[in-house]
Design a protein around this ligand. Structure first.
Ligand SMILES: [Zn+2]
Length: 99
């Protein structure tokens, strides 16, 4: 068994698990209920961890996990200093006044 992923955000770990499972890779979740016992055991013990059962799946699993990781976080919206118009993060110039 090899650990391929861990995250304090359990939904993220669950997402990764279904991603691997849907690609035919057998997985095992550890500390699945970690958050409910938070405070009773050392913090490091309760990070949800995703394992794969077969070592030969490791390369494939890493590939899948890498593909699913966000490439770039979306840019936040910004407010134009010239006219005060709100712009989407994808715009480099103000759509209203062009500054
Ligand atoms: Zn503007």
């Amino acid at each position: 068994m090899i650990k391929v992923f861990e995250d304090f955000d359990f939904s993220r770990v669950g997402q990764m698990q279904s991603l691997l499972e849907s690609n035919g890779i057998r997985t095992f979740l550890k500390n699945q209920y970690g958050s409910s016992v938070m405070g009773e055991v050392p913090f490091v013990e309760v990070v949800p961890q995703l394992f794969i059962l077969k070592n030969k799946d490791l390369l494939r699993a890493k590939e899948l996990l890498r593909l699913d990781l966000p490439v770039e976080s979306p840019k936040p919206d910004w407010v134009c200093a010239q006219c005060g118009e709100e712009n989407e993060g994808t715009f480099d110039e103000c759509w209203k006044c062009g500054s």
